[in-house]
Design a protein around this ligand. Structure first.
Ligand code: NI
Length: 174
């Protein structure tokens, strides 16, 4: 296992669409293992392959609470096949460190996916996991949670965030 470097906004690769996984081989398992390790290390509750520079339809999630047992979900070629209700929860993203915003999602979502062996599964989730599933699948379409903000909020985000990155860059140079 190895930690992977997480790409940060505004890295262009994060805007690209990921390709379906067709080979369920050792390389895929290695990538999944690396992503799990990287997610727990960050720490974060979810990570999508494009965030570590791999344009593959693979996501990992663990939205279990602090006092709950681990609930690791590794999903290949995931898709939301049903959603209901509205949720407006604050989200963050390992690719947009230091920024959080409320995003409208389904409150309950059913995901169809494959495991790393290629077996098909379905999982229905609500709460944090439902939001996480939708957030991570968005990454596979090249969509970040900040892309789902209203145009006004998004332009404020862009200005503030790029200014923050610039200031951080200057600190690094100092
Ligand atoms: Ni994210």
């Amino acid at each position: 296992m190895a930690l992977r470097r997480i790409l940060h906004y505004p890295e262009p690769l994060l805007k690209q669409k990921s390709l379906p996984v067709t080979e369920f081989n050792a390389e895929l398992k290695q990538l999944a293992d690396d992503m799990v390790e990287t997610m727990y290390d960050a720490p974060g509750v979810g990570l999508a392959a494009p965030q570590v520079g791999e344009l593959k339809r693979l996501i990992v999630l663990d939205c279990s609470g602090k006092d709950e047992p681990d609930d690791l979900l590794v999903a290949v070629n995931p898709e939301v096949i049903a959603g209901e209700g509205d949720s407006l929860e604050e989200e963050g993203c390992l690719s947009v460190p230091g920024y959080w915003a409320c995003v409208k999602r389904y409150a309950k979502a059913t995901m169809r996916y494959q495991d790393v062996e290629g077996n098909h599964h379905e999982r229905t989730a609500d709460g944090l996991l439902a939001v996480g599933i939708q957030h991570e699948i968005d990454h596979l379409e090249g969509v970040l949670f900040v892309d789902r903000l209203s145009p006004l909020k998004r332009s404020i985000f862009k200005k503030k965030y790029l200014k923050m990155l610039k200031e951080q860059g200057q600190e690094d140079d100092a």
